[in-house]
Design a protein around this ligand. Structure first.
Ligand SMILES: Nc1ncnc2c1ncn2[C@@H]1O[C@H](COP(=O)(O)OP(=O)(O)OP(=O)(O)O)[C@@H](O)[C@H]1O
Ligand SMILES: [Mg+2]
Length: 414
């Protein structure tokens, strides 16, 4: 039936993965099957094999595969699924939001899209596979569960741990009365990783991220955010100039001030191979200057930052479209809307760079350095949340993140 069986090339599996597959034979699967734990621990790989076999055995029906976006569904699920079962058994059209696994139709959905919940509302599902479940909107997930109404319908999902008060933990994993299988994975459950890569991975995550992504624990983030930031990461004027020369291209991020906050521009530089991220300069206006003054300042600064012709783009807070438009007219370089990816994702990216010794900031960026040193997690929040009550400078951090967030994949190529 499958490429693997035809050629008798069943891939070797780790003992933990063998245990997962044996659930098919020994009837150990539950209505909800959740594979959670450390990064790169082999959860996705084995759960896709399990999903493929389960769908093939169940046969014609209604199936859904969902992830945060359709792009992540392709990258994290469909491409590995094709590697595992072969092109003859897996076909898909991401734009058509449809795949076929052993000839059985599978609907694809990206749940970050606010219309996704409405689209699955009318479905009756036999099975669903969810990638990175903690990133799902809870309402979408509840709707999905209500759609799994065919007899014997099942959910398969993978995720990394999050805050212990995350809805997935409190409303599902911790509720013993549910028909739910919780399979916990740690990094040691994947013997197929290069030991050097595992060593690098272990050193890149620190604090709460180490506990979650390496140890696979559901722990809360508390206290200072950038615990790995040290004064040694601050570049002198001379070092800043050297870094600017080393950079292949630069980008800038812009956060516009609101009632209580300031406007901040931050310039970042990328070297060849994306080894180190350099924060080169900043502009900070806490006076609440008029729009005209801010636009004029931006025109002057962006020209200065682009004297070496390396400033590729400026990414602005998209909440202020009128200002973005004016900035576009004032600058010689492309001015775009910032991606504004999840704040916690951005924080994790910078923590990883700092922990890996790949982050440098110029002494010119006094406000930003202070912002990094004083940023704390909000102790009153039940989920990871950066304290944003006006007592700390979030604006400089946002601007820095807007400038670099689009390059996360390049900075962390595996
Ligand atoms: N049995 C196996 N044989 C060969 N390669 C494997 C096997 N299991 C896992 N891998 C490889 O190890 C890497 C990590 O596995 P996988 O993507 O399943 O981890 P994960 O737990 O889903 O990680 P994350 O939490 O980061 O999504 C992948 O490149 C995968 O192809
Ligand atoms: Mg995975």
């Amino acid at each position: 039936m499958t490429k693997m069986n035809e050629k008798n090339k069943t891939p070797p599996l780790s003992p933990k993965q063998e245990k997962v597959l044996s659930l098919l034979r020994n009837g150990g699967l539950k209505r909800l099957n959740i594979f959670e734990g450390s990064v790169r621990s082999g959860k996705t790989y084995v759960s896709l094999i399990l999903w493929g076999f389960w769908v093939a055995v169940r046969g014609e029906g209604h199936y859904l595969m969902a992830g945060k976006t359709l792009c992540s569904v392709r990258r994290n699920l469909l491409e590995p699924l094709t590697e595992i079962f072969g092109e003859e058994n897996v076909r898909y059209s991401v734009s058509g939001k449809e795949a076929s696994l052993f000839g059985i139709k599978i609907h694809l959905e990206g749940c970050a899209d606010s219309r996704a919940e409405g689209r699955i509302r009318g479905m009756t599902l036999d099975g669903a596979y969810c990638d990175e479940l903690t990133l799902f909107n809870q309402d979408f997930f509840k709707m999905l569960l209500s759609r799994l109404s065919a007899k014997g319908a099942k959910l398969f999902a993978t995720t990394n741990p999050d805050h212990p008060c995350h809805w997935l933990k409190t409303d599902f994993l911790d509720r013993k009365e549910l028909d739910l299988l919780d399979m916990h994975f740690t990094l040691d459950d994947n013997p197929y990783l290069d030991p050097d890569y595992v060593k690098a991975l272990r050193s890149e995550y620190k604090g709460v991220y180490y506990d979650r992504y390496i140890l696979g624990k559901w722990v809360a983030a508390e206290g200072s955010i950038y615990t790995d930031f040290t004064d040694e990461m601050i570049m002198s004027e001379e070092e800043t100039k050297e870094a600017e020369e080393r950079c292949v291209f630069k980008t800038a991020g812009v956060d516009f001030g609101g009632n209580r906050s300031a406007s901040a521009f931050v310039l970042v530089g990328f070297d060849k191979g994306y080894d180190t991220l350099y924060i080169l300069d900043e502009f900070y206006d806490s006076e609440g200057s008029s729009a005209e003054t801010l636009i004029e300042a931006f025109g002057i600064i962006s020209r200065r930052w682009n004297e070496d012709k390396k400033l590729r783009a400026v990414y602005c807070d998209s909440a202020e479209q009128l200002l973005v438009k004016s900035f576009r007219q004032a600058a010689e370089i492309p001015v775009k809307n910032a991606l504004k990816s999840s704040i916690n994702g951005r924080i994790r990216m910078f923590c990883r760079l700092m922990a890996g010794g790949r982050f440098k900031v110029s002494c010119r960026c006094e406000k930003l350095i202070r912002a990094i040193k004083t940023a704390v997690w909000d102790s009153g929040s039940l989920c990871d949340s950066r304290l944003d009550n006006g007592t700390t400078n979030i604006d400089s951090l946002d601007a820095m993140e807007y400038a670099a967030e689009r390059f996360e994949r390049e900075l962390f190529r595996f």
